[in-house]
Write a protein that binds this ligand. Structure first.
Ligand code: DOR
Ligand code: ZN
Length: 354
């Protein structure tokens, strides 16, 4: 059965570009986004250069603008350099602020609660704050949300403990949302034995009990969105002996959720909420007219690296049988992906915050 999904949005991707163009480019990864069915993606700030000052922001906006084939937005990054002093001047050029509160790729870690509080106080209330917070750190951030009342999205939640904290926070009425990633839904720490470096990302793969808690929260409607955390690294880097953290996901998120629909864990309307309606609502965006994806929910196939558009050319889900083939993506009335090829010209994607 063909299903029409209006304007799919992935608000959590790392498309690289600039000084990391050997890993991936805004051209290659926005093409991967279209192949995955997405209308738009929001890029994280942990790039070299980090998106933490107006010069780096402008460089990213320029390069994105020249290359993008889907619509897009970029995050500003909180840093230890007191860059909160000019938030008012830059915020409206971005989809939100990202604060890294636990260790990951890049140099943007903020562990000092007083510094986090400065960023929370300075970021304008009408824009969202997205946080990387794991375990107990979730509670540290919830304290800031309680104090400053700023809308906060908790990225890639991966444990039963974190789900408990956020379920309580929602009951308390705090302005919080949360996302989970397909790799935490479909893989566990047991898979690292076979996947090796291809199963390494931050947050790491967790236990079967944690995985079950994520599915239960998803089914209960506590999880607001599914975000890919698309983070391509080259195979050479992955197998370098000093593995880099991150996995690609833009082209496998929809098929893995379609698999969940076939397994009876979700219904199609709920799937659409998780990857289109809820992300657009949380980031305050309307679907542009005539913007949708057609997916054949019954097409069954095996994920292989040959038919991926991402420049990294691999997936942690290779060999998995999934459902859901993207047949067409249309943006503002123009077909931009026909099920095989990207038809849009570089630079045709719109900056949603331009
Ligand atoms: O595994 C990850 N990779 N987690 C992150 O938070 C960052 C990402 C990357 O940029 O490689
Ligand atoms: Zn990320």
């Amino acid at each position: 059965m063909d299903v029409k999904i209006p304007a799919m949005l992935d608000p959590h991707v790392h498309l690289r570009g600039m000084d990391w163009s050997h890993k991936a480019t805004f051209a290659s990864e926005t093409a991967a986004a279209l192949a995955g069915g997405y209308w738009a993606v929001f890029d994280m700030p942990n790039t070299p250069p980090s998106t933490i000052n107006p010069t780096a922001l402008q460089r990213k906006l320029d390069e994105f603008g020249e290359q993008a084939v889907c619509d897009w937005g970029v995050y500003y990054g909180a840093s230890m350099s007191e860059n909160w002093r000019i938030y008012d001047a830059v915020a409206d050029q971005t989809c939100g602020l990202k604060i890294y509160n636990n260790q990951t790729t890049g140099v943007l870690l903020i562990e000092d609660q007083a510094v986090r509080a400065q960023h929370y106080a300075a970021w304008p209330s009408h824009k969202i704050i997205a946080v990387h917070a794991e375990g107990e750190t979730v509670r540290d951030i919830l304290a800031l949300v309680r104090q400053h009342g700023k809308r906060t999205h908790f990225c890639h939640i991966s444990t039963a403990e974190e789900i408990r904290y956020l379920t309580d926070a929602k009951e308390e009425g705090l302005p919080v949302t949360l996302g989970v990633c397909p790799h935490h839904l479909y893989l566990t720490e047991d898979d690292v034995a076979t996947l090796g470096p291809l199963g390494m990302m931050k947050p790491e793969l967790k236990s079967k009990a944690d995985q079950a808690a994520l599915w239960a929260a998803l089914e209960a409607g506590i999880v607001d969105i599914v975000e890919s955390d698309h983070a391509p690294h080259t195979l050479e880097e992955k197998f370098s002996g000093k593995p880099t953290y991150g996995v690609p996901g833009l082209e496998t998120t929809l098929p893995l959720l379609a698999l969940a629909v076939h397994e009876g864990r979700l219904n199609t309307a709920h799937m659409i909420d998780l990857i289109a309606e809820n992300p657009r609502r949380i980031w305050g965006l309307n679907a542009p007219p005539e913007t949708y994806t057609i997916v054949d929910m019954d097409a069954r196939y095996t994920i292989t690296r040959d038919n991926l558009h991402t420049k990294c050319g691999w997936s942690p889900f290779e060999g998995m049988e999934v459902y859901g083939r993207v047949k067409s993506v249309v943006i503002r009335g123009q077909q931009v992906f026909d099920g095989e090829k990207v038809l849009a010209q570089p630079g045709s994607g719109h900056n949603l915050y331009g």
